[in-house]
Design a protein around this ligand. Sequence first.
Ligand SMILES: Cc1cc2nc3c(=O)[nH]c(=O)nc-3n(C[C@H](O)[C@H](O)[C@H](O)COP(=O)(O)OP(=O)(O)OC[C@H]3O[C@@H](n4cnc5c(N)ncnc54)[C@H](O)[C@@H]3O)c2cc1C
Length: 404
Amino acid sequence: MNKKVLIIGGGIAGAAAALFLQRAGWETVIFEAGTGGVEAGGGMQLAPNGMRVLHELGIEKDVIESGSIASEMYFRNQKGKQLGRMNRNVQKEYGHPAVNITRAAFHKVLLRHLEEKKIEIQFEKKLVDAGTKPDGTVWAEFEDGTGAEGDFMIGADGIHSKTRRAVLPDSPDPDFTGLQWIAGWLPAGNVPEFDLQSRNLNMTFGRKGFFGYGIFNEEDPLLMWWVNITSDEPLSRVEMTGFSQQSVKQELLELCSGWHKPVETIIEQTTGLIRGNVHDIVSLPRWYSGRTVLIGDAAHAVSPNSGQGASLALEDAFYLAMLLDRCSDDFSLALSRFENDRRPRVEKIVEQGRRSGDGKREMSPFGAWFRDQMLKVIFPLFGERGNRWIYEYDVRKELNRNRL
Ligand SMILES: Cc1cc2nc3c(=O)[nH]c(=O)nc-3n(C[C@H](O)[C@H](O)[C@H](O)COP(=O)(O)OP(=O)(O)OC[C@H]3O[C@@H](n4cnc5c(N)ncnc54)[C@H](O)[C@@H]3O)c2cc1C
């Protein structure tokens, strides 16, 4: 077949798509804006549906070794009162674990596999424009003045996708959800009150914000945490990059003063932190144009509140590669099936992520009390059951169900 696919963005979706497509016999080239060095980023959880895709790629074990298997999710209020627990038997229920991992460590595993499979990735290739030629083939232009041409293009360049802007110019911009995030890290051993054997993902709902923490790396256990805070306006680029770590820590210590142990010690002992805005994209009118298709955050960014961003990106990569393999002589059929089949699932998850973000906003003392009472009812009734349809998703079964 030997058709050439240009993949814009070598993050999670782009790297996974290249690995799947190469296996199906396609020639792929990834164009990545970054330098290929160590990236910033916080922690993420790969849910069993994402781990199932990594199993298909044969890299599940490597990812587990670079992260930490989460034993369960534990929800409390700021006084430490338990509100709920879920995901206790994930491996047994779904055949794959939930894994906490830093975005940088996960990306490193993917890049290593690209190298092993000799898949070409070109760094410092920031897309500035793209389009379709009269014969239907595609072109891309990069900031450094170079360009590329191919039979097909995948826009996997994340939430602020330039591919989207170029080929689907009427798409809405990502929505600011009214929340900002702060994420930090520290050696777990620096927090005497933290049980080093615990692999719970701990979530605390406070009146003025939300604090989550857990182990994200087994070697020299690394404790990572993240906070969501209500914010009327998105942070500017300068506020996101040029802030003083000490003053943000101080702000957080004031916000979390009197919260249950070990929240304050975790903040005090933090060795590095980053911050940003929570955006999402509820629905794009189209995910493809001609022979260019968007996947991952470029098509449907979910807020980190869903815990599904990376897992959905992996599902997209696998689903698209299988469709292209099965309908390789009819791109437009493959792309319309991709959008039609994937859209209902991902949009439902984006909505769910928004709703769970609402519970993390600043509220009145009564509002927080009422939320806690609701959560105590909701977790046992719907917590575990409510996520079943998300975790059990299997790309192969879906394709068979959709008769492809
Ligand atoms: C540096 C970084 C750190 C992150 N940290 C976290 C985190 O801590 N927790 C979390 O939940 N999510 C994090 N994310 C987002 C998370 O990776 C995604 O939400 C999810 O994995 C979906 O993956 P994706 O491949 O669609 O998008 P991404 O993982 O965002 O990948 C997009 C890729 O496209 C590249 N790119 C962007 N613009 C261009 C362009 N014009 N031309 C070429 N390449 C381009 C980016 O450099 C990136 O490598 C991070 C993303 C990045 C880029």
